[in-house]
Design a protein. Structure first.
Length: 333
């Protein structure tokens, strides 16, 4: 007896709750604290419930909206039509971006989630829409995008500073070799060569001793500028250390690398560097060149051979390019 009575009591309370849900005023009280706008429309798409934060979001009082077409709450017939088509076709929509109308103000970006209400036979009874003002969210998203762009730019700047010599703009030795290793790897399986040219400013210590380090910096910058002007797209230029610079030439043979070094030598010889007090000076460079596979089989070996040949160029009187007389015989053995 107690069990039957208990079930009857539960059933009675369930009926009372269903009656409560069918009362629009009660529903408004229940949804008053909802942070989203809650808009319920009937099968004719006219508003039958306007609750939650709807009045705050849209700016319209309930009396201005109830029994009016729900489409009037949105800006642009095409946007609302697309929303309705998706809602009816899929039965629900989650966070669809659509322009909404705001009383006495410009339309605003809204995120709308909705569901179609149907009876047990599948007949549409209406729909429930939850509308959220997405203006602030979009502002935050845009601010985040701008911050991310600035952060990416900062990272690129820091990465550039970490890899490049500030005076000449050339890659540091380690960064240049790392880039060259990647270029050599990319050429594997092809018959293309890979040239290495190592340059050293002649008598650079005398430039610093006689004219000062600021003039020495001008000389270094002049050689860097010449290297950039002679280099092809894809060539890798680096400051090897002190007054030494290195050029990696993907796809270049030994003859092509030698010709490149000669162009650099001639160009720096024709350049004029300010030595202060209205005077100008000339400088020269020596160079040693090598190439894979003609001179070496690995990048490390090619750099070493170019360095050996640079010493040969200096011993032969400087201001010249050496492409033999280094360690090529050793590497060939």
């Amino acid at each position: 007896m107690m069990t039957v009575s208990r079930h009857g009591e539960v059933a009675e309370r369930s009926m009372d709750f269903l009656k409560l849900l069918s009362d629009p005023e009660a529903m408004q009280l229940m949804l008053f604290a909802c942070p989203d706008g809650v808009v319920v429309s009937g099968p004719d798409e006219r508003v039958v419930l306007y609750a939650g934060a709807s009045e705050v979001i849209f700016g319209f009082a309930p009396i201005e909206v109830l029994h009016r077409p729900a489409s009037e709450l949105f800006s642009g017939e095409e946007s609302y039509a697309a929303f309705r088509e998706r809602l009816v076709g899929e039965g629900r929509v989650v966070n669809m971006q659509i322009a909404a109308a705001r009383k006495d103000s410009a339309p605003f970006a809204a995120a709308v989630s909705a569901v179609v209400l149907r009876d047990r036979y599948g007949v549409e009874l209406g729909s429930v829409m939850y509308v959220r003002d997405h203006t602030k969210v979009r502002a935050i998203e845009e601010a985040l995008r701008k911050n991310n762009r600035r952060l990416n730019e900062l990272v690129r700047t820091l990465n550039h500073v970490a890899q490049h010599d500030q005076l000449t703009g050339m890659l540091y030795r380690g960064s240049a070799i790392e880039a060259a290793e990647a270029a050599v790897f990319a050429l594997q399986g092809s018959e293309a060569g890979f040239g290495v040219a190592l340059f050293d400013l002649d008598h650079f210590k005398q430039v610093n001793d006689n004219h000062g380090h600021l003039v020495g910096d001008e000389v270094l910058s002049a050689l860097a500028s010449v290297l950039r002007s002679v280099a092809r797209q894809g060539d890798i230029m680096g400051r090897f250390g002190g007054e030494e610079f290195i050029a990696f030439l993907p796809g270049a043979s030994l003859d092509a690398t030698r010709a490149f070094a000669e162009r650099v030598r001639l160009a720096i010889g024709e350049a004029r560097v300010s030595a202060g007090s209205g005077t100008e000076m000339r400088v020269t460079v020596s160079a040693g060149v090598s190439a894979i596979p003609e001179s070496a089989t690995t990048l490390e070996e090619a750099i070493r051979i170019a360095d050996d040949r640079l010493l040969v160029a200096k011993r032969r009187g400087r201001n010249q390019v050496a492409w033999d007389g280094g360690s090529e015989e050793v590497s060939a053995a």
